[in-house]
Design a protein around this ligand. Sequence first.
Ligand SMILES: O=C(O)CCC(=O)C(=O)O
Length: 320
Amino acid sequence: MSSSDTPAPTEGLTPSQLASFARDGYLIIPSALPHSTVSSLLSEAHRLLSTLDLSTHPLTRFLTGGDTGDNHVGDAYFLSSGNKIHFFLEDDAFDPTTGQLTKPPHRAVNKIGHYLHALSPPFASLLDPTKNDGMLARPAAVARSLGFQDPRVLQSMVICKQPEIGGAVPPHQDSTFLYTDPPSAVGFWYALEDATVENGCLSFLPGSHKWAGVERRLVRKGGEGEGTEMVGNEGSRFPKGMREEREERAEGEGEYVLGEVKAGSLVLIHGNLLHKSEQNLSSKGRIIYTFHVIEGAEGWEYDGRNWLQPPEEGFTKLYA
Ligand SMILES: O=C(O)CCC(=O)C(=O)O
């Protein structure tokens, strides 16, 4: 095959990928990142971990608040992380009796967030539509395929799922945390290391995005103080256009499907989809990179009570 016959890299989603995402609420795209990109992002994740200085760190732990979401992390260090690179520690990295860390700092981090897509050049370059590095399914092209008019990127994170102590992430919907009215969040989740059952891969409740409305939202507590809380959602519970096809189902029905993936895979996650990951008690870590996209066009309102508020420059535009 001559170079002129070589098929152009697939930029957006194919019709069958779109159909699969619409049916299941998630889509796995193997080998979305070339090996060179995976290694540069992984090196950047390790470099960031090596910069953690616990002598000036408030020792904020990443707590999901369990099934109810009560007691979710919400101190000033967390609430101010939307335009910074902050480190959140693993609860099980602390000895419960003494409160001392039992792991070295780089092995104690649950996640790094939430402005990597702007402040870290290797992570920022994932969003660059002009780069020609063999990457499949570029974020802007994917967003176009999904019908976004003015997609905005927010809440980027490296999630470490550390060996032996990596915490479980309970079942949740991403629009609970990044609520627009109507809901519009889509998660872009990139495996930088293989994710397996042993080290806490994702699992999904297929089709739940069609019947599980956004019933609750994580918001800042009122006033100038710290803290987050879960409140009932009084706005729309499903994205535009989904009301007609939404199915009536009781929560708890259906079975989660494991999403074991190789490094370099991209997983797209609908904001209403119920998904989770288990603890990592194995000796192998599982580093991933994720960011979310919401609709920034007129007709979608980003909620002023959401835990994450836009930086002065506004949430990052995905379209040039
Ligand atoms: O990577 C994980 O274990 C969980 C990530 C997740 O559920 C999310 O980003 O919404």
